[in-house]
Design a binder for this molecule. Structure first.
Ligand code: NAD
Ligand code: UDP
Length: 347
């Protein structure tokens, strides 16, 4: 049985304990915090396709209704408008919790740094308490930012990082680092089944065109024929993972054995300079855009490339989609979102 409640102006349904009686197979009850975001929307959809029941909890800070809109009529989908900094409403039993709640774009998470920090720490504690209460497995979407501006490349999980505790990125980086400690201790002291995914730059359809991250900025700018804004001289590197690879990696980690409670890097190890990305996007679109070099933001990491040996060994996971293939999927999406038609070569 479910009961309807009104939240954020939308009628949603909440599981009651009677729900147990409805379950007839191996399907799980899964909470996705941040489920209306870029990765969260795809994850909710994939979990529903796999037959599970999904409760999406989101405060719509960077998430968008359009990312989950088509799931509203799905009988196994529930949307709860809620800020995870605050105590969670009663949502009934859950078997798994994915914590994806936190703005991932630097300009977005820097708008209210204290709230970003609280989202990470208080939000994770609320979800960890829920996991403990129901005996659920909980996965944290950690980040390559825990390595800060790394002194070594590629970065293995054993590298402890080089992070500024007092800078514009600290609310995110240190917040995410603190959550890893919380996960570690909830596992050690309370026996909670935990997973930690260190996600490296991931892109694809459903990113917000105004998100401010590099792939969305460059594609939207190149589609419009506007200057492509390269921060610094563009020599800093990033390794870009396509969203379908990331969703597979996150689900493989969640469903791995409890032995995999240590952090696992998930990302595409093929490294590009930001300048190479800008040139690739312009060439792919045969755009008339010019490069515009602007000031590099403070503490912008100079290099980022995952060592994915652990993911390979414990999950059998490796990304499959190249940057060229991923951009070919992503560009038409941005063109539609921004109301800009890709140029002839893309048609
Ligand atoms: P996103 O900004 O699109 O999604 C984040 C979602 O969390 C949004 O729907 C937002 O509204 C929601 N949210 C934020 N604060 C919240 C709060 N206090 N309570 C409830 N909901 C809240 O970002 P994304 O790219 O989908 O990233 C998802 C997760 O993965 C984030 O935690 C991010 O830190 C992590 N991550 C992403 C990347 C990447 O490249 N995409 C890289 C590293 C880590
Ligand atoms: N960047 C850029 N132009 C933009 C947006 C970002 O050159 O319009 C650079 C940014 O300085 C960083 C890289 O691209 O070096 C990735 O930025 P993003 O915000 O996507 O994620 P980050 O990895 O920094 O969290």
């Amino acid at each position: 049985m479910t009961r309807p409640i009104v939240s954020g102006g939308t009628v949603v349904t909440i599981f009651t304990t009677d729900f147990y009686q409805q379950k007839c197979g191996d399907e799980k009850r899964i909470l996705v915090a941040g489920g209306a975001g870029f990765l969260g929307g795809h994850l909710c959809e994939t979990l529903l396709e796999d037959g599970h029941w999904v409760v999406c909890v989101d405060n719509f800070l960077t998430g968008r209704l359009c990312n989950v809109e088509k799931l509203f009529s799905h009988p196994r989908f529930t949307l709860v408008s809620h800020d995870i900094v605050d105590e969670l409403p009663e949502i009934g039993a859950v078997d798994q919790i994915y914590n994806l709640a936190c703005a991932a774009s630097p300009p977005k998470y820097q708008e209210n740094p204290l709230h970003t920090f609280k989202t990470n720490v208080y939000g994770a504690m609320n979800l960890l308490d829920l996991a403990e209460r129901w005996g659920a497995t909980i996965l944290q979407s950690s980040t390559s930012e825990v390595y800060g501006d790394p002194d070594i490349s590629p970065q293995p999980e054993g590298y402890h990082g080089n992070v500024n505790t007092v800078g514009p990125r600290s609310c995110y980086d240190e917040g995410k680092r603190a959550v890893e400690t919380l996960f570690y201790e909830y596992h050690q002291q309370r026996g909670v089944s935990t997973r930690i995914a260190r996600i490296f730059n991931t892109y694809g359809p459903r990113m917000s065109p105004s998100d401010g991250r590099v792939v969305s900025n460059f594609v939207v700018q190149a589609l419009a024929g506007a200057d492509v804004t390269v921060y610094g001289d563009g020599s800093q590197t990033r390794s870009f993972c396509y969203l379908s690879d990331m969703i597979c990696g996150l689900m493989a980690l969640m469903n791995a054995t409890d032995a995999v409670c240590e952090p696992v890097n998930l990302g595409n190890p093929t490294e590009f300079t930001v300048l190479q990305l800008a040139e690739t996007v312009i060439e792919t679109l045969t755009s008339t855009s010019k490069l515009r070099f602007v000031e590099l933001p403070q503490d912008d990491p100079k290099q980022r490339k995952p060592n994915i040996t652990r993911a390979n060994e414990v999950l059998g996971w490796a990304p499959r989609v190249t940057l060229a293939e991923g951009l070919a999927q992503t560009i038409p999406y941005f063109a539609m979102e921004a109301g800009l038609v890709p140029q002839a070569s893309m048609a």
